[in-house]
Design a protein around this ligand. Structure first.
Ligand code: NCD
Ligand code: ZN
Length: 338
């Protein structure tokens, strides 16, 4: 096989769950090939104040043990006034707000139940240039939740035309269409949603480690997302949504939602882009597009990937924690050159 290589400049993960405590210590270093990541605030309790956010950022830094990695911190969206929004914006490391419909996913019970109650805050965020990242699912039938939520995105994009609005972890061709309809919307897409469909989760033996929210959809959705990513769509960014849960919470009756992809994300992306002859667009997808949209200037960091296989461990274990990654016990065609 012909040796192939790509060097990425400052790859970014625009949607990452690192958790806290021992799980944070285990997972943070496993995402440290990225130059930075947008860190989700759905801890227990959620990260709702600048003080909580700063404390969390410090614990992330400590867990990274000197790695050049910028946590772009988010606050869990609640209705706030101008003074509070300004305080958030001034806090070092602050990136934006993450809005969850109440109860829609892991630790989102304190989310928004009525968008009208968010109106004043959203107008202020628009004025202040504060990004809004949204977990876009309705409480409808599980396969239709994202599609049903598109009306809310449409409403937000129309009512707050200058708001920097991100549809997080999109899973449908319909969401991509909306991206093209509204130039003021961007989106992230995960690794797994470029690869799997509902069949991989539940079509044969149930595979709990591929179960996440939003649930993987139909082949035509997966194919449309993959084509958009491969083409380097300027408003589609890589956001792994790597969401570690302890093995015992995944291999359980009542499996927690979340796929743990942090340690395999860059090698697998390189393999996919290479397989489709689109390696030249990987830089845009994992960094440049997001940098342009948000005006980010991440730390300089070069990561070289090569088509020599990576053996993915059956599990990652330390600090008394055990997490099973996507492709556990399997081999990926590409790996990071150390
Ligand atoms: C995420 C988690 O576990 O925190 N789970 C998931 O399935 N993606 C929450 C989320 O982003 O929905
Ligand atoms: Zn997430």
């Amino acid at each position: 096989m012909r040796a192939m290589e790509i060097t990425l400049n400052s790859p970014l993960d625009m949607h990452l769950h690192l958790r806290d405590g021992d799980m944070l210590k285990l997972t943070a270093p496993l995402s440290a090939d990225f130059a930075g990541a947008v860190i989700m605030p759905n801890l227990v309790p959620p990260v709702t104040t600048p003080e909580m956010m700063q404390g969390y950022a410090e614990r992330i830094e400590a867990a990274l043990d000197g790695a050049a990695f910028t946590p772009y911190m988010t606050l869990f969206f609640t209705a706030l006034g101008e003074k509070e929004l300004l305080a958030a914006r001034e806090t070092p490391g602050f990136f934006g707000f993450k809005l969850y419909p109440a109860g829609i996913t892991t630790n989102s019970e304190g989310g928004v139940s009525d968008m009208a109650q968010a109106d004043t805050t959203l107008h202020l965020m628009e004025e202040l240039g504060i990004p809004l990242l949204v977990h876009g699912e309705s409480h409808g039938f599980v396969m239709d939740r994202e599609q049903e939520f598109l009306a809310v995105y449409r409403h937000l994009a129309t009512r707050y035309p200058k708001l920097k609005l991100s549809m997080e972890h999109i899973t449908t061709a319909a969401a991509l269409k909306l991206l093209d309809e509204f130039p003021n919307i961007c989106a992230t897409v995960t690794l797994q949603h470029l690869i799997i469909t509902l069949d991989d989760v539940a079509g044969g033996a149930l595979r709990p480690h591929l179960f996440c929210k939003p649930i993987a959809k139909r082949p035509e959705d997966r194919d449309a997302l993959l084509q958009a990513a491969l083409s380097g769509h300027p408003r589609l960014f890589f956001g792994s949504d790597s969401a570690p849960h302890p093995r015992c919470r995944k291999e359980a009756c009542g499996c927690a939602a979340g796929v743990f992809t942090g340690p395999v994300a860059l090698p697998k992306l390189a393999e996919i882009f290479a397989t489709h002859g689109a390696l030249e667009n990987l830089q845009a997808f994992v960094s440049d597009n997001a940098c342009k949209w948000y005006g980010l200037a991440p730390v300089q960091k070069q990561i070289t990937l090569r088509n020599t296989p990576m053996s993915v461990p059956a599990a990652y274990r330390s600090y008394g924690q055990e997490v099973v990654p996507m492709y556990a016990g399997e081999s990926i065609g590409w790996s990071v050159v150390r």
